[in-house]
Design a protein around this ligand. Structure first.
Ligand code: HEC
Length: 186
């Protein structure tokens, strides 16, 4: 009786493994970026990412979200992120529109303003496997990553000067204080 149960259990597992193998090996899984997702792909990927992130350290932001850092973050963003994540007041680029999964437009809707900065820091530093989100480890330094993270965290309330850097439309210079659009010091 127990033996039959064990044999049945093992056969059941083998059938599932064979089914999954058959699905992939006979070209039934969707592979085109403009086609449908694989069944459960999105849910499984996000479950894995959320569970993994929960185990990571949760450091506090290492730079304040002041104008100087937001301006520096905007320069980093324009060069490294805008092509996928968009800028205020513009449609997705054709690159972003053709990607699967689609990069969230970080200046439209809530973006990542409701996420913890450490979470976004981890994603920018390490990237997300099989999504097109690159790892910037070694190409951006820690300060630059925190600066761009503070920018996207505060995407819904950036000053006009920062918006100007992102959109390429210079804000009216303020009569007192540093001129708007002054390039961020490195
Ligand atoms: C080549 C395209 C591409 C570039 C360039 C890129 N990203 Fe991404 N990014 C993505 C994609 C695609 C995702 C969605 C990943 C997913 O579905 O899990 C993503 C996800 C993210 C997320 C998580 C969003 C969320 O809702 O949880 C953050 C934060 C982020 N990117 C920030 C950045 C920053 C900052 C830069 C620049 C330093 C950058 N990305 C550059 C494609 C890109």
């Amino acid at each position: 009786m127990l033996k039959a149960l064990v044999v049945g259990f093992v056969l059941g597992i083998l059938a599932v493994v064979a089914g999954v193998y058959f699905y992939f090996s006979t070209g039934r899984a969707p592979v085109a970026a403009n086609g449908p997702e694989m069944p459960f792909e999105h849910r499984m990927a996000h479950m894995a990412l959320d569970a993994y992130l929960a185990k990571q350290p949760h450091p506090e932001p290492q730079v304040p979200a002041d104008e100087k850092n937001l301006l520096a973050g905007a320069e980093v963003y324009k060069q490294n992120c805008a092509v996928c994540h968009g800028v205020p007041g513009s449609e997705s680029t054709s690159i972003a529109a053709g990607m699967s999964p689609k990069p969230p437009q970080l200046f439209h809707g809530v973006g990542v303003t409701d996420d913890e900065p450490w979470e976004s820091y981890w994603i920018v530093e390490n990237g997300v496997h099989m999504t097109g989100m690159p790892s910037f480890h070694g190409t951006l330094n820690e300060t630059q990553i925190w600066q761009v993270v503070m920018l996207v965290k505060n995407a819904d309330k950036v000053p006009a000067t920062v918006r100007g850097v992102l959109t390429g439309i210079t804000a009216t210079p303020t009569p007192s204080g540093p001129a708007a659009g002054t390039p961020a010091s490195k």
